[in-house]
Design a protein around this ligand. Structure first.
Ligand SMILES: [Fe+2]
Ligand SMILES: [Fe+2]
Length: 297
């Protein structure tokens, strides 16, 4: 029998009470299901779509360039353990996670192809990141899953920041705002799936701890290199003004990375779980907003 929304919320609350103050799985009221939206952003991507600002545009584009291969790896690394998972609720969440990441990967492939119109050297960027992903795929399954957990933590924390700090996207074209918010909503919905699989099938804190630093290094490395590649095409690679404004955006005001740091570091705690940060209200608010603005079709 289907459960009403109120029953689900009551169950979540009693679950949280039963386990103490820390949630340790996706709340039952969260349904992880891909939205099958498509954002026609070709025209936006042929421009400096974020406020006419070369750095902000390059920064978000740099993230997008890592998504198709990265998210396919997330799926593969979870699939390696799928058959071992006994919990039917987690099995259901894995299905939703694969569906969401599969669609993100496709949507960002189209996004990245459209970037070619701006004249970026996408082949060189792709070659560099493919070599990195080949290295990732050569690692043992438990390390790859630990890597996915860390990368999913990065995407969830950035997603939280994006939804809670509208100034991060202030000045971006409305369609691009909608695309990034759609991705952020779904990242939050499935934020604990890979983590729950890891905890249930591997659970070694030391591995999760160490791999987080490897993922952190690579996340910043490829985001930085991709940003530089696009700034070079824009003729802004050696512009001090562009870099100072960019550093201010990331570390000063609004401080995208600065604001993420405290939550990012919580991952290192032995008793960490992604749903210790309850984002159900954010999800409700921004899902409604996404439907009302109607940019995805
Ligand atoms: Fe995603
Ligand atoms: Fe994800």
């Amino acid at each position: 029998m289907l459960m009403s929304a109120q029953q689900k919320i009551n169950n979540d609350q009693s679950f949280a009470h039963a386990k103490g103050s820390s949630a340790n799985q996706t709340p039952e009221s969260i349904t992880i299901r891909p939205r099958h939206l498509h954002f026609d952003v070709k025209e936006d991507l042929a421009t400096l779509w974020h406020s006419g600002d070369a750095f902000k545009t390059a920064f978000f584009n740099a993230l997008s360039l890592q998504f198709p291969r990265g998210e396919r790896h997330f799926i593969d690394s979870v699939r390696n353990y799928r058959d071992r998972v006994k919990d039917p609720a987690l099995q259901e969440n894995i299905r939703g996670f694969i569906g969401q990441e599969g669609l993100h990967s496709k949507e960002h492939e189209a996004y990245n192809e459209a970037l070619a119109q701006r004249g970026y050297d996408l082949d060189a960027i792709d070659k560099r990141f493919s070599a990195h992903m080949d290295y990732v795929y050569s690692k043992r399954n438990h390390l790859r899953l630990a890597g996915t957990c860390a990368a999913e933590h990065y995407t969830a924390v950035l997603a939280h920041g994006l939804l809670n700090n509208p100034d991060w996207l202030h000045g971006a074209s409305p369609r691009m705002q909608a695309l990034w918010r759609w991705h952020a909503i779904e990242e939050i919905e499935h934020k604990s799936v890979a983590f729950d699989v890891y905890q249930s099938e591997i659970g070694i804190h030391k591995v999760r701890f160490i791999v987080f630093f490897v993922v952190t290094y690579n996340f910043f490395k490829y985001t930085f290199l991709n940003t530089c590649s696009m700034l070079k095409t824009e003729g802004k690679l050696w512009s001090l003004k562009t870099w100072l404004k960019g550093l201010n955006y990331l570390w000063g005001k609004p401080g995208v990375i600065r604001k993420c740091l405290p939550q990012l570091l919580k991952y290192l705690r032995r008793d960490f779980h992604p749903w210790q940060l309850d984002e159900r209200q954010d999800l409700k608010k921004w899902s409604q907003h996404l439907e009302e603005t109607g940019y995805g079709t």
